[in-house]
Design a protein around this ligand. Structure first.
Ligand SMILES: *Cc1c(COP(=O)(O)O)cnc(C)c1O
Length: 467
């Protein structure tokens, strides 16, 4: 499998290089040149496999030129060993035709663990093979930082430095990062806001001369191809578990921010999995809903919502879908993206827009509707949904075409992570952190407060690396 850029100019790369590279040097994102295909017969053969065994079957075609099946299988097992549910991604039935796919049983209680746990293993594997040392650097406004730290802490060829805005993340979010105390983990509380953190990371990637030789900076943000690939697996897991088939295809409702999670569902469908509708569920930051409903992909100002992990102005992975919508014409897409980057808005050509609406439905769910959905889900099914998940449930109701349509709503975070929103909904369920995190608030922490100054931060990182 070769990987090509959505803007058509960057070099064609192997899986190994794509995982270590991140953004393509023409500004595009890497996508596989072709997709592996699964017939109904193939799918029948996969029924009943464990999550890990299924993961190897689904992902191996994407990685086979870079890693042996045996080695890959060991990495997959290690990645999901830290999950605290034997099914990894259990299904819960809400009503006669609606299911919840719980993706929050990983170490940090959010679906990002599925992708990042595997990415950490893959990075470590390739770095060992090359005799190189990796330095992961990232900025976080909350969830991604802890999932990335948990993914790297056990990898001896990786150091990780995560910047968060000092005193601007919630206590639980901070503790999930800063209570991981290890030689290869550096938590930086930057005296600035999230944008300052991101700028610091960007500048460091642009000029890596502060690193010792033999080290390279690695990005683990949501555009990394391996993250998308890992997310394809749970769509297969859900459809196979529910007995989906060509005559009985299943729809998915996906709480969406950067379009990574739902793009993985789209790929699963293109690989032959019987998926009917893909519902893009957005909060008030609804650029994707406006694109699908009105062909209006235009930037608006950012609103703070009860579902902070979906608070985005533009969706970085949407470009991967647009590549297909533009008939895989990288040059045409590059022109369109450059114009969007300059003007902040985009109207798709008719054929591309047709493609988009033939694949996706969408809904926008505001804060009041989110809180109401938490409450009604509890009343109807005694199921406690976190605010992100509640948006998916509400969107499923809005977009369902018939009562008979089977819909799976992705639960992307554990409700205990967002207990403020739950309390706001008036639901009187007790919200408890799972056992492995029940003492989180009492744990020892380690982080360093640094000034918003690039050379100061880089010097501090150098010192940590020399320890
Ligand atoms: C990251 C995140 C999302 C959005 O996922 P995308 O892949 O960016 O669309 C939704 N819910 C939660 C809880 C998240 O952490």
């Amino acid at each position: 499998m070769k990987y090509i850029s959505t803007r058509g100019e960057a070099p064609v790369l192997s899986f190994e290089d794509v995982v270590l590279t991140g953004l393509a040097n023409d500004g595009g994102l890497y996508v596989p040149e072709t997709l592996p295909q699964f017939s109904q017969e193939d799918l029948n053969r996969l029924k009943g496999l464990s999550y890990e065994a299924l993961a190897v079957e689904v992902m191996f075609p994407f990685v086979r030129e870079s890693i042996s099946r045996e080695e890959f299988s060991v990495l997959v097992d290690k990645a999901y060993a830290s999950f605290n549910h034997v099914a990894r991604a259990p299904l819960v039935q809400l009503d006669s035709n609606t299911w919840i796919l719980e993706l929050f049983h990983g170490p940090t209680l959010a679906f990002k663990d599925f992708a990042l746990q595997l990415l950490g293993q893959l990075l470590n594997h390739f770095l060992v093979k090359r005799g190189e040392h990796g330095v992961v650097m990232g900025a976080t406004s909350g969830d991604t930082g802890s999932a990335a730290i948990e993914a790297c802490v056990a990898c001896d060829h990786l150091d990780i430095f995560i910047l968060h805005p000092h005193q601007r993340v919630s206590e639980v979010q901070r503790l999930q990062m800063t209570s991981v105390i290890a030689d290869n983990v550096g938590n930086i509380a930057l005296e600035g806001n999230f944008d300052d953190c991101q700028q610091m990371v960007k500048s460091s990637f642009a000029d890596q001369s502060f690193l010792p030789s033999g080290s390279r900076l690695i990005a683990v943000n949501s555009i990394n191809w391996a993250r998308i690939m890992a997310q394809v697996v749970y769509y297969f897991h859900a459809v196979l578990s529910l007995g989906g088939s060509a005559s009985n295809s299943i729809s998915f409702s996906v709480p969406t921010g950067n379009f990574g999670d739902i793009y993985a569902g789209y790929l699963a469908k293109k690989m032959g999995l019987p998926i009917d509708r893909l519902i893009v569920a957005t909060n008030a930051n609804n650029i994707l809903h406006r694109a699908i409903a009105d062909n209006d992909y235009s930037k608006q100002s950012l609103e703070k919502t009860w579902s902070p992990s979906m608070d985005i102005m533009v969706s970085s992975n949407f470009e991967r879908l647009l590549f297909d919508a533009f008939g895989r014409d990288g040059a045409a897409l590059a022109r369109e993206m450059r114009s969007f980057e300059a003007s902040g808005d985009m109207t798709l050509p008719a054929s591309a827009y047709q493609y988009l609406v033939s694949e996706f439905a969408s809904a926008s769910v505001n804060d009041a509707q989110t809180i109401a959905a938490i409450q009604s889900t509890w009343e109807r099914s005694q199921y406690l949904a976190d605010p992100h998940t509640a948006i998916g449930i509400d969107a499923a109701h809005q977009c369902r075409q018939s009562d008979a349509q089977m819909v799976v709503c992705l639960a992307t975070a554990h409700p205990a992570k967002f207990d403020e929103a739950i309390q706001k909904s008036g639901v009187s369920a007790s919200i408890v952190l799972p056992p492995h995190l029940s003492d989180l608030l009492e744990r020892e922490e380690s982080f360093t407060v640094l000034e918003n100054n690039l050379s100061g931060v880089q010097t501090w990182i150098q010192q940590q690396l020399q320890k």
